[in-house]
Write a protein that binds this ligand. Sequence first.
Ligand SMILES: NC(=O)c1ccc[n+]([C@@H]2O[C@H](COP(=O)([O-])OP(=O)(O)OC[C@H]3O[C@@H](n4cnc5c(N)ncnc54)[C@H](O)[C@@H]3O)[C@@H](O)[C@H]2O)c1
Length: 349
Amino acid sequence: MGSRYRIGIGSDLIAADGTSLVEAAQRELLAPVPGLVVETFGAPRATLAPADIVGFDAVVTLWQNVREETLAGSERLATIARWGVGIDMIDVDACTRHDVLLSVTRDAVRRPVAEAILTSVLVLAKNVLGNDRLVREGGWDDKRPNLGLRGKVIGTIGVGNIGAELVGLLRPLGLARVLASDPFVTAEDADRLGVELTDLDTLLREADYVCVNCPLTRDTRHLLGARELALMKPTAYLVNTARGPIVDEEALVAALTEKRIAGAALDVFEHEPLPAGSPLSTLENVVLSPHSIAWTDELFSLNGSGACENALAVLRGEIPAHVVNREVIEQPGFQAKLAHLRAQWSEAN
Ligand SMILES: NC(=O)c1ccc[n+]([C@@H]2O[C@H](COP(=O)([O-])OP(=O)(O)OC[C@H]3O[C@@H](n4cnc5c(N)ncnc54)[C@H](O)[C@@H]3O)[C@@H](O)[C@H]2O)c1
């Protein structure tokens, strides 16, 4: 068989040292497929250009934007497989309009991000960074008691894939309550998950640790602004591993500086990389990580295999596990792409 299928691997998946984030998956899943051509595409620019994706049946991407203009001339493209789950960099409606199925790797991020949030809560409760500083800076005798988690209240804004996993990890800790605010979760879901469903204001007023686990959308941009942060207790902490712009960073800096909340652990920021000179980097009640606290061996391995498997499923003429724009599936334009790919696959295998 000739090289009928073409999968593009985004250049944003190639690290500075040349290693590919999907190397193992490429070797184990893609290389054995007869006639499959795998190529790296595009320059690591903010938004993909039409020329980057032209001629591919499937592309795997990490952080590059996909906009309406990216998809001009995408007649052949059947699917975009995101390495990860955040889709704020992708115009989902444009994908649907262009008969392109968008998939994500929910299984890969669920546990690593939930572990990262639990780590952040513990690092804040035990003042790990402050204690480290005391020892290094000769402040041994200034040590103070840390906080226990038993009897405390944790709130999760969003209780989907990652939020629900976090709730499971919290179960053995003997918390007083786990609160969740999520407009798309029913009372039955909440019962099954073992969370108390509340509105956002109640969660902010009552939680000792507020964890952000919703996606960045038009509706959630600055969901936590000055008004919302003012509802939090002065002893409460904020953990944001979801997306920076969900929190109004200026309002957060003010709340942290004036000690209106106790502290924060932030993996994500309004502007990434965090600009040099950001007040966040001088505040002692903040723990920072460069959008990487969830990066684990497990996350890298499962994101790579998950994204490549999602792309391959479409090449086989099948629907992958985690589709974002399910409405595309029944569209005649997408069905035609799928039927063509399915026919090619059965001819070749
Ligand atoms: N830091 C990282 O490396 C990292 C890694 C993976 C994911 N993330 C972020 O985590 C987010 C969540 O991932 P997920 O897999 O759990 O997604 P998910 O879609 O399974 O869950 C998100 C939940 O948020 C809820 N939600 C939507 N709008 C809301 C609102 N206004 N208020 C409260 N809840 C709302 C949804 O109903 C859903 O239940 C992703 O969108 C991504 O931005 C970050």
